[in-house]
Design a protein around this ligand. Structure first.
Ligand code: FES
Length: 220
């Protein structure tokens, strides 16, 4: 294990499974990476979650559970990253001016490393979990769709940096949770305490803007 890793029992290692490769398939299945027994899960509720991201294929996503909520980890392709700068006019907050991410993710890709996005999978409208739709121009989402997430509850749309589009019910971009790299292939979700550019979790929690049922999508 790399330096800086806390090996306490409260941190549970979750091994990433093979990520879904269905970039071309609408509604591609997303592996939900979970290996904790219920009692262990209860102990782990609220604890940071360590994730092996080495098996996530380019263009694919895995989902883990942190604090009872889904957290998505996407390995974006160069093509996906290139798309991000092409629809700023259609976004509510293209520059991430609202405090929906830690300081170290307040950049064009909303991530520490451009290719890896870590995002809370909870819609900022009423707390549904949107569907990963990485394909370009699918029939049901239209010719302008360049990949992202679609929330089937009320139709909110988010791009591949989890930024919300104008004209949908969700008011803000999806939340980027605190996280940090333990190594090239291991992430710790829920703890950024050793990240020199991080902001305190409490400040982040106070500032997050998330509407709806707090039990479904409370700020972290
Ligand atoms: S909960 Fe997602 S659009 Fe309403």
């Amino acid at each position: 294990m790399t330096e800086g890793v806390d090996h306490s029992k409260r941190r549970m290692l979750i091994a990433a499974t093979t990520a879904a490769g269905g970039v071309a398939a609408a509604g591609a299945a997303v592996p939900f990476v979970l290996s904790l027994m219920p009692s262990e899960r209860a102990k782990a509720a609220g604890a940071p979650v360590e994730v092996d991201i080495s098996a996530i294929q380019p263009g694919s996503m895995i989902s883990i559970e942190w604090q009872g909520k889904p957290v998505w980890i996407v390995r974006r392709t160069p093509e996906m990253l290139e798309m991000l700068g092409k629809h700023n006019d259609a976004l509510v907050d293209p520059g991430s001016t609202m405090p929906q991410q830690p300081e170290y993710c307040n950049n064009a890709t909303r991530s520490i490393k451009p290719e890896v996005l870590v995002v809370l999978g909870v819609c900022t409208h009423l707390g549904c979990s949107p569907t990963f739709r990485p394909e370009v121009s699918p029939v049901d989402l239209g010719a302008n769709w360049a990949g992202g997430w679609f929330c089937p509850c009320h139709g909110s749309r988010f791009d591949l940096a989890a930024r919300v589009f104008k004209g949908v019910p969700a008011p803000t971009n999806l939340i980027i949770p605190p996280h940090k790299y333990l190594s090239e292939t291991r992430l710790l979700v829920g703890d950024d305490s050793q990240n020199p550019s991080s902001v305190p979790d409490r400040k982040l929690s106070e500032n997050y803007q998330l509407n709806g049922d707090a039990s479904k999508g409370a700020a972290v």
